[in-house]
Design a protein around this ligand. Structure first.
Ligand code: TYD
Length: 680
């Protein structure tokens, strides 16, 4: 959350139009995948397990190969053309190609139709290679820099968010076709017509879009191979990041196994196109549920543990999916599988975002994306031939018979792989060694955790200011206290460390530059001791009197300086402080976020014990402050500390105004309400 708030990116009309075009295209793309894989399954000889496996696999390979082989080439090409024209022509070509597939499936014999599906898919994907970089390069032209991240989030939202929509649409189409007694391939054809229509709509939207410069600087799209080789150099150096990447790729591989064989597996379970649509949607519905609810439910659990656990469970669920031959169970388990994958993916992404230095974060993500693509292609491509090779086997034992076929085998392999990667991840990256996982998990499910509890019910208001050295928070907290007093509030302005008698003596020890050998734990305990005294003698009484307490630093300083800065276990620091403060949490924490090199330059005079720590120490502190704020956005205001002082004050005032109670009780108001309230 940042405090600089220009209009939402969707208020920007040209971007909104482009985004709409993107959404429609994504929906079309997903529909295309479901329809084509369903068609491929239908066109192969019915009952021939091998032929079906290979047919579906062929479609996936055709869909992914062009991006890997020709991606960089097309990116370079897209730079040379007028981008708007490039996108419109691409949309029209995709429209023509997709319609042609529907027509050929309708009219031609099965084998010809299948060959055209593959050829046209390759062509559609080649065309995509022009559309996507042209679109990516256009977004920064339409959107101001500070809104770019929001634009990218929206972009991501429609890229994946349209998948369950497409799956539902396809399932609905199949049901209707079924009810009307249409042939099995008819739903695929209809879906393709809708898909083609989406490209036409996109072409119209983009054609009428003003404000795309003809050419504006080059976009560089390094080759997939280069991204992977370069990325590995960064990733390989950090143990945690390495673990995360391997975990995420393992999860991706398992997901690839499901996507690859889902079509045939559903057929083997006697499900039709509608069931396939539902299963496809189930993965994404599960992912969304995992990302939003799963994380919230288990928020007390260590992220690293949750990451490993999610992947392990995903693996076990996958094995269950392979072995339980019941469509309803399989769909339910698939939702669970999606949820685990969603949790793992979002934790992986967030942890990498926090762990990797700013300068190489982009390349790390690019590496992850490219590798994920290659892994997916490889798994999907291999899954089907393996399934075909294995064929289908039936075990009989008296009246009982059980079929185990190639798609089951692939799913079991995928599941075992994910479970192994997950367990390895749990073991390697564990940050709570010695605490049994089950106890931890049970506590998390019951909501017992050391994350801050909801703010205590007190009549007053508690606002904390946090930030690194020289961030200007002391000045700002003073200004805010004056502003609040001017409005008639009773304000207690205070600070840590050193707001009490005992606190002052602790402060003398803590900040004495000569106190070199102070151990990290002693330091953390002394800050906590100062805080315990501060809360009991100053803050809590003031809050119970109904005052506004403005504190310069609070618990987050310890989490950032002692936890991240001194590399103490963050959970320990959090626990000690929760105990010291009796769980008192500010209603609002204002983080003034300033790069340490800027803040340290602002400081005058001799550096104290903490200020004289190296720059990396202060970088870690800043990162931790930002992570804390990102984890509970509704309790934080993050302000860019490099803005002008008055601007910062105004932003803070805007936010505090939202949570202020009425300053003076309106006792003087007369019963008829005609007399204005009298304020002192
Ligand atoms: P102070 O002189 O108040 O500095 P500032 O103006 O930057 O707030 O000194 C507080 C120092 O103590 C500061 O360097 C941060 C450090 N500190 C911790 O390391 N942990 C804590 O819990 C607190 C409250 C402060």
């Amino acid at each position: 959350m940042t405090a600089r708030r220009p209009a939402h990116v969707l208020a920007n009309a040209p971007f909104r139009r482009l985004w709409l075009a993107m959404s429609v295209c994504s929906l079309g793309d997903w529909l295309n995948i479901v329809a084509l894989t369903a068609l491929a399954g239908n066109l192969a000889r019915p009952g021939d397990f091998r032929a079906q496996s290979l047919a579906v696999g062929g479609v996936f390979v055709a869909k992914m190969l062009p991006a890997i082989l020709l991606g960089p080439l097309a990116g370079a090409f897209a730079d040379r053309f007028d981008r708007r024209l490039c996108m419109v022509v691409a949309d029209l070509s995709r429209f023509a190609l997709v319609i042609s597939i529907a027509a050929v499936v309708w009219l031609a014999p099965n084998d010809v139709a299948y060959r055209w599906i593959i050829a046209a898919t390759l062509l559609v994907e080649c065309v995509n290679l022009f559309w996507v970089p042209a679109k990516d390069a256009t977004v920064p032209n339409l959107v101001p820099k500070e809104r770019l991240e929001q634009a990218n989030q929206l972009n991501l939202l429609v890229t994946y968010g349209t998948a369950p929509l497409a799956a539902a649409l396809f399932a609905a189409l199949s049901v209707v076709v079924d009810l009307l007694g249409g042939r099995p391939w008819l739903s695929g054809c209809l879906a393709l017509v809708v898909n083609a229509g989406a490209f036409l709509v996109s072409a119209a939207l983009i054609f009428t879009l003003k404000g795309i410069p003809r050419r504006n600087g080059a976009i560089s799209t390094p080759s997939v191979v280069k991204q992977i080789v370069e990325g590995w150099r960064f990733v390989g150096g950090n143990r945690l990041v390495r673990g995360l990447v391997i975990g995420m790729l393992g999860a991706f591989a398992a997901g690839g196994a499901v996507i690859g064989v889902a079509r045939i597996y559903v057929t083997a379970l006697r499900g039709g196109d509608a069931a396939y649509g539902v299963m496809f949607g189930a993965v994404f519905v599960g992912m969304a549920a995992g990302m939003f609810f799963g994380l919230r439910l288990l928020r007390g659990l260590s992220r690293r543990r949750l990451f490993g656990l999610a992947i392990t469970v995903a693996g076990l669920v996958l094995i269950a999916i392979a072995l339980i031959h019941d469509l309803v169970f399989v769909v339910m388990l698939t939702v669970l599988l999606g949820a685990c994958a969603g949790i793992a993916w979002i934790i992986g992404y967030t942890l990498i975002g926090l762990e990797v230095e700013d300068a190489i974060r982009g390349r790390t993500f690019a590496f992850l994306q490219s590798t994920a693509r290659v892994v997916l292609l490889f798994v999907v491509a291999v899954a089907n031939p393996v399934a075909a090779l294995f064929g289908s086997h039936m075990v009989r034992a008296g009246a009982f018979s059980y079929t185990f076929d190639g798609s089951n085998l692939v799913l079991v392999i995928g599941g075992v792989l994910a479970a192994v990667v997950g367990v390895l991840g749990l073991w390697h990256m564990d940050d709570r060694k010695g605490v049994p996982l089950t106890a931890d998990l049970l506590a998390a499910v019951r909501g017992e955790s050391f994350t801050p509890e909801p703010p205590e019910e007190v009549p007053g208001l508690f606002i904390a200011f946090e930030g690194g050295e020289g961030s200007g928070k002391t000045t700002q907290s003073r200004m805010i206290a004056i502003w609040l007093r001017d409005q008639g509030y009773d304000v207690v302005q205070t600070r840590e460390p050193g707001a009490t008698k005992a606190g002052m003596r602790l402060r003398a020890i803590l900040l004495d530059a000569a106190e070199k050998g102070l151990s990290a734990r002693a330091e953390a305990l002394m800050y906590a001791a100062d805080r315990a005294e501060h809360v009991e003698k100053v803050i809590r009484p003031a809050l119970h009197r109904g005052s506004v307490v403005v504190s310069d630093r609070y618990v987050d300083s310890s989490l950032a300086y002692q936890g991240a800065g001194r590399a103490l276990d963050p959970e320990d620091v959090s626990k000690v402080n929760a105990w010291a403060t009796g769980g008192l949490v500010p209603h609002l924490t204002v983080l003034i976020d300033t790069p340490p090199e800027v803040g340290l330059r602002r400081l005058g005079g001799a550096a104290d014990r903490i200020e004289s720590e190296p720059l990396e120490f202060h970088e870690r502190v800043r990162k931790e402050f930002r992570a804390l704020a990102a984890a509970s956005p509704d309790r934080y205001l993050v302000v860019d500390g490099t803005l002008a002082q008055e601007e910062i004050t105004r932003l803070i005032q805007d936010r505090i105004r939202e949570i202020l109670p009425d300053p003076v009780p309106r006792e003087a108001e007369d019963i008829t309400g005609t007399m204005p309230a009298i304020r002192e």
